[in-house]
Design a binder for this molecule. Sequence first.
Ligand SMILES: *[C@@H]1O[C@H](CO)[C@@H](O)[C@H](O)[C@H]1NC(C)=O
Ligand SMILES: *[C@@H]1O[C@H](CO)[C@@H](O)[C@H](O)[C@H]1NC(C)=O
Ligand SMILES: *[C@@H]1O[C@H](CO)[C@@H](O)[C@H](O)[C@H]1NC(C)=O
Ligand SMILES: *[C@@H]1O[C@H](CO)[C@@H](O)[C@H](O)[C@H]1NC(C)=O
Ligand SMILES: *[C@@H]1O[C@H](CO)[C@@H](O)[C@H](O)[C@H]1NC(C)=O
Ligand SMILES: CC(=O)N[C@H]1CO[C@H](CO)[C@@H](O)[C@@H]1O
Length: 638
Amino acid sequence: MMSRYILFFCCLLCYLNFDNRLINANPIGQNCVSSSTYNPNTTTGSTYRTNLNFLLSTLSSNASRATANGFYNFTAGNDPSNTVYGLFMCRGDVNTDVCARCVENASTEIVQKCVDQKTATIWYDECLLRYSNQSIFSRTDTSFPLFLSNTQDVTDPGLFGEVLGNLMDEIASKAANDVSGKKFAVQEANFSTFERKLYGLGQCTPDLSSSDCDTCLRSAISNIPTCCNNRRGGRVIFPSCIIWYETTRFYNVVTPSPEPTPTLPPPSTARSNGDGGISTRTVVAIIVPIFIAIVLIVVAFCIARRSRKRSGVIIVETSGVTEISTIESLQYNLSEIRAATDNFAIGNKIGEGGFGPVFKGTLPNGQEIAVKRLSRTSAQGAEEFKNEIALVANLQHRNLVRILGFCLEGEEKILIYEFVKNKSLDYFLFEPEKQTLLDWSRRYKIIEGIARGLLYLHEDSRLRIVHRDLKASNVLLDRNMNPKIADFGMARLFGVDQSQENTNRIAGTFGYMAPEYALHGLFSIKSDVFSFGVLILEIVSGKKSNGFYQAHGSDDLLGYAWRQWRDGTPLAVVDPSMGDSYAKNEVIRSIQIGLLCVQEVVEQRPTMATVFLMLNSYSLTLQVPNPPAFFGRSRTES
Ligand SMILES: *[C@@H]1O[C@H](CO)[C@@H](O)[C@H](O)[C@H]1NC(C)=O
Ligand SMILES: *[C@@H]1O[C@H](CO)[C@@H](O)[C@H](O)[C@H]1NC(C)=O
Ligand SMILES: *[C@@H]1O[C@H](CO)[C@@H](O)[C@H](O)[C@H]1NC(C)=O
Ligand SMILES: *[C@@H]1O[C@H](CO)[C@@H](O)[C@H](O)[C@H]1NC(C)=O
Ligand SMILES: *[C@@H]1O[C@H](CO)[C@@H](O)[C@H](O)[C@H]1NC(C)=O
Ligand SMILES: CC(=O)N[C@H]1CO[C@H](CO)[C@@H](O)[C@@H]1O
């Protein structure tokens, strides 16, 4: 069911845009539940549409009247089969005018963005509007979070996290108990590092009870690490509540005056803040281009960051390009792809994966792409294939190779990916001349990056993707040696049911596969965790898991690492090409985490969320690993 939900979103064009109205008018995201459309050609459907239109016009007209708390709910229709429930909420600090304009735009836009959807939500900076065929009033809905994060990192993550945690905690309590009826709170905190100030906002739809509001906000707060880890700003937006923080003030000072004071928005998130006075957007529009023009490094930085835009469901970094992943925008013509790859010239071939050859190409605009020409036939029809691609393309994370589009013509099925500059991890890891390029801090960053990407696939994206073939050659390194996981979602594209935990066709690679997967075809997120564990040990040791057996007689890499660990000599595992220059505690911890991931008993393996915590929190005491699945031997025998 989950897989049916398509979340479309778009992110604001941030700089070089001097027109307030334009910026104001763009939704920051919407979600449309694709599986439940009504058919306007049927009687019920057309009544639903009529009711919906009536609902939207009522919401819109009520927004322009002074609604005391920037909130209004309405129900249109009598018959349960065609009743529409809807509400809007404006941000607690915006005035009635801004609220009215926002809701007016939202009520028009929502039917355009979510055509014939029974249920939809649309978010703007200043308001949200939602409707459903089921009552949504006084209920907490924390599905479909929208994540937006500032592109800048904080200077002192430890301190920042602490100040942020305390601030958000207070805001949640304040908003939940807001006596004004708005369920809204803003607060700021001071601290001593570079950022100096932290501004936070929390708001629930006021139909929630205090305790529901508190629950909703705390759930949003618990998503901060996923959304915006170590970023200077971020938002977690649920249908029922929202939290938002930045190091510059982004909300209006709430005063009794009808005209709110304009404020300085966060540097990279040009957002609108109501109206009046010098436009804050103009300030940003001036500052940002100057920044970019003057500081070339910043430009490079921004470009690098573009690829870090994370979406799917849904992480948006609030800089850069407008992006709407509709199926149409993803589709390329075969002629374009032929032109880009010089008609699939052998010279452009950069690899041969399990699913077909990969070519390098260049689009007319100069963008470099990787073109995967699928050779296997998919069990799916063209429409299904397209839908799956739209879903997989929405999985965007800085540690995933991004899908730019696809081409589907005749027998050809082609996937188009961003071109990742460097080669795959195995190329660096297992080549003696290249190994030295990977010092420990790089390797550790790579481990963390892969963990992030995998965590996103497993937990943060609504699709819950099991990669099934995680290995060093499926981890690409960009020009900054950041890892990007490739080849995820292939099982979906080939019509293999992901909810089925059993498969006849094993897609994995020997040396990385969990025993239950290799032997019985049982895959789960825990079989990915196993592969991740193997990968950690390979990264630490610089040795191939499946090449180890031959070189070391009776031992395989996992067994070797475990025995060294047990004997208190874990550092014997370390890649000699790193010399002595590595952080011993990090290395030992990594080996321990790697060993925990390759436990034979599936339940004993941590989830990626736990792995991520283990990698990031030194205060967490790790379990002692049991002997790993000594799988190398039986594998080699077979
Ligand atoms: C709303 O629509 C969904 C999807 O079509 C359906 O499953 C559900 O029963 C509907 N709810 C009501 C109250 O009609
Ligand atoms: C409804 O009818 C219109 C015009 O006849 C047609 O274009 C449209 O595809 C139909 N919609 C559905 C969902 O059947
Ligand atoms: C909301 O709008 C409806 C229809 O436009 C109107 O009848 C109703 O009185 C309005 N409610 C408020 C509180 O203004
Ligand atoms: C608004 O929501 C409340 C529950 O929070 C509900 O009792 C009321 O009927 C709703 N009003 C309309 C017009 O739907
Ligand atoms: C932060 O510092 C300013 C002065 O720099 C002070 O007025 C304000 O009260 C402080 N806020 C908090 C929450 O400590
Ligand atoms: C009703 C309304 O104002 N709609 C506008 C909302 O914003 C978009 C994007 O600029 C406009 O195209 C719509 O006309």
